[in-house]
Write a protein of this length. Structure first.
Length: 179
């Protein structure tokens, strides 16, 4: 069997206009005080790949246009709907008014392993990811509906935030029967 990479036309990707018009999955990603613009750009790209509703940039998280964001987003900052909020708590309170279930990714005394958390199809989900060093703000943890964690088996206690977003989106979309 001969294997070859698919060409760009064979990938049949959406244009930015088509992406903006197509129905999105009922998931919003919230970045809480992310300090690396490269991480922010990577999350834009992942949000595009998983066709999320929107991305909320909060606190010190950089906003487009920004050279470092563009370097890793590869243009996804133009396809993904995004908003800026002064704090993640402010964004969460707005989303809760619209019926979103808010899930924070953080190691806490009550966090559940990501794969064990049950989600009902039809829920709108907001996923909160925190600062690379400090994690999700305590103020945000108090208003989140639940805290989840990605099981890890090595010596480190965390995974890069952009990687955590990809793992979490995959698992949440599986639970929502979207993939």
């Amino acid at each position: 069997m001969s294997t070859r990479k698919l060409s760009m036309p064979e990938l049949n990707r959406l244009s930015n206009e088509e992406f903006r018009a197509v129905e999105k999955f009922p998931v919003t990603v919230i970045l809480d005080d992310i300090r690396s613009q490269n991480n922010t750009g990577s999350v834009f790209r992942t949000c595009d790949a998983f066709r999320v509703e929107s991305l909320y940039l909060c606190g010190i998280t950089a906003k487009p246009p920004h050279r470092e964001i563009h370097k890793t987003a590869l243009g996804a900052e133009d396809s993904v709907k995004w908003e800026y909020y002064g704090s993640a708590a402010e964004a969460i309170l707005e989303l809760k008014k619209s019926g979103y279930l808010v899930l924070a990714l953080e190691h806490t005394t009550t966090s559940l392993p990501l794969q064990e958390y049950k989600i009902t199809e039809g829920n709108k989900i907001a996923l909160v990811f925190g600062n690379e060093v400090l994690g999700v703000n305590q103020e945000v943890l108090k208003i989140a509906d639940a805290c989840l964690e990605i099981p890890q088996f090595g010596t480190k206690h965390s995974i890069n935030v952009s990687v955590a977003v990809g793992i979490t989106l995959w698992e949440i979309l599986k639970k929502l029967n979207k993939i």
